[in-house]
Design a binder for this molecule. Structure first.
Ligand SMILES: [Mg+2]
Length: 236
């Protein structure tokens, strides 16, 4: 049976989010003189990825709100790194996002892959993240034209890995869950919950990540064209 839709995660699946975030965090590290205050840049960057990741899981579990996350991830990070300061997050949070959103780096082959699939399957974007930030990044790519659905967690108010996020995609398509393919990089936020919700999963391997047991695994985004349920219909 021909898949009814293919949904793509955005960050670290179509766009090199880690590169953009790392660059933005380096600028923040420099701007706020954190090196002088004894914080190594790599510790700052890795600390951010850890704290931010934990807080997104907390958001999906209803423990915080989008507005608080934007601010509190830096409050928590600065506190953990032993840098004093009141209301740090209210200054650094927006500052970081402004620098980050200017850095949109599509992976090699991402656009070509979307272009090749777009005439064959209905496509969707399904991303966690803030509504404004994700919209701005998408606009910068010019990829809206490829997508029949753009689902941003910050807009719908349901966040990965909440299975409700994936059920929402299936509802939008109006298909059986197995007829919807989900392509993502994150074992815990994409593959496990998508598979749990009955979708057909394609895992974009991430170095160092545990294998979540997706239906299919690929090493580069362009390899989606070779995954059997996709490949069968290409060139038809
Ligand atoms: Mg991702």
């Amino acid at each position: 049976m021909k898949p009814k839709a293919i949904f793509f995660d955005l960050d670290n699946t179509l766009l090199d989010h880690r590169r953009a975030a790392r660059e933005a965090l380096s600028i923040i590290h420099e701007k706020y003189g954190l090196g002088v205050r004894g914080v190594e840049r790599d510790d700052f960057v890795e600390g951010y990825f850890r704290v931010n990741g934990e807080m997104w899981f907390g958001l999906a579990a209803g423990e915080t709100t989008v507005e608080r996350l934007r601010v509190e991830r830096f409050d928590r990070l600065f506190k953990e790194l032993g840098i004093p300061g009141a209301a740090v997050g209210e200054v650094v949070g927006p500052d970081y996002l402004q620098v980050y959103v200017e850095r949109v780096y599509p992976f090699d082959g991402a656009e070509e892959t979307l272009a090749a699939l777009a005439g064959v399957f209905p496509l969707g974007l399904a991303t966690n993240g803030f509504a404004d930030t994700q919209r701005e990044k998408l606009a910068e790519t010019g990829w809206e034209k490829y997508f029949d659905w753009v689902v941003i967690a910050g807009e719908v108010g349901v966040f990965k890995p909440d299975p409700a996020f994936f059920r929402l995609l299936v509802e939008k398509v109006g298909a059986e869950p197995g007829g919807v393919i989900f392509v993502g990089d994150s074992p815990a936020e994409d593959i496990v919950p998508a598979r749990g919700a009955g979708l057909t999963t394609v895992w974009l391997r991430t170095p160092g990540a545990w294998d979540p047991g997706a239906h299919y695994a690929i090493s580069e985004i362009g390899d989606i064209l070779d995954v059997p349920p996709v490949a069968r219909w290409m060139g038809e």
